[in-house]
Ligand binder design. Structure first.
Ligand SMILES: Cc1cc2nc3c(=O)[nH]c(=O)nc-3n(C[C@H](O)[C@H](O)[C@H](O)COP(=O)(O)O)c2cc1C
Length: 252
């Protein structure tokens, strides 16, 4: 049964906040600097530059077949992803095409070019990478190794509410959001826009996975506090928003 309280939450889905908002009060209008487009690596964190990929990695290129074959895949083979394949998936989901004044144009759309997401990876089976948590740097198209986590697979499964595929992938994408990147301009409308943005990112992952014989499954249900703890986030200025395990397809 849909209770009154649940109905009230629907307000979040509406565009009503645009009518109520006075954009002249935004931090952008007050000439506060635009927040950085990516979190800087910590001193001493080395960049792992991702290789160029070429069309050899593609098993399907036809957009109609890609859209038609897309589905949520929750079982993966034990084969590792190659680094060019991972490079392709990161490019498809957050890759930067152009850097303009303090902002980036990427392969996915984002309201006001705000791009509030950081992409963390729980890496299990990727050639040339040891197991652990990594973060993608879109500006450099590089990874940084964040840290190792004992029993990472079990921890990811627990975070994913015991859905085994969250921790039995080749790599699980973990998107965090830094909401201020959107709030700086869009204030009260930000939460809705961030949620819409996330769909664009994950849909590109679905299609890019299909193109290289991989599969993925969007994960909206997870244990927030445990996910934020795993990535050592404060859960307020930055928190986990969405996840997607990726692995080689078992069946077509
Ligand atoms: C926003 C969103 C959240 C989702 N969350 C989960 C999830 O937590 N666990 C899961 O197994 N599937 C999840 N899914 C996958 C859906 O169950 C799946 O898309 C749906 O059953 C339709 O199947 P299809 O993707 O194969 O067309 C999610 C999908 C979306 C778009």
């Amino acid at each position: 049964m849909v209770t009154k309280d649940i109905r009230e939450l629907r307000e979040f889905l509406t565009a009503n906040s645009w009518l109520e908002m006075d954009l002249t009060l935004s931090d952008e209008s007050k000439n506060f600097p635009r927040p950085p487009v990516q979190k800087a690596p910590l001193p001493g964190q080395e960049l792992i530059h991702l290789p160029e990929f070429n069309r050899d990695i593609l098993q399907k290129e036809d957009i109609i077949s890609l859209i038609q074959s897309r589905r949520s895949r929750r079982l993966y083979s034990s084969c590792a992803l190659s680094l060019p394949e991972l490079s392709f998936l990161l490019w498809a989901t957050q890759g930067v095409r152009k850097i303009t004044k303090n902002c980036t144009v990427r392969n996915v759309a984002s309201a006001g070019n705000s791009h509030t997401f950081e992409t963390y990876l729980a890496v299990f089976h990727v050639e040339e990478l040891k197991e652990g948590i990594y973060r993608y740097l879109p500006l450099e198209h590089a990874l940084i190794f964040e840290f190792s986590v004992p029993d990472l697979s079990e921890k990811m499964i627990e975070i994913g509410r015991n859905y085994h595929y969250v921790g039995q992938s080749a790599v699980t994408f973990i998107w965090t959001t830094i909401p201020y990147r959107m709030e700086w301009r869009y204030m009260e409308s930000s939460a809705r826009l961030i949620a819409i943005d996330a769909g664009h990112v994950c849909q590109n992952l679905y299609l890019a996975c299909e193109a290289i014989g991989c599969g993925t499954c969007a994960i909206g249900a997870f244990i927030q506090t445990k996910a934020d703890e795993l990535l050592r986030l404060d859960g307020k200025e930055e928190f986990v928003f969405y996840m997607a395990p990726v692995g080689k397809q078992l069946e077509k």
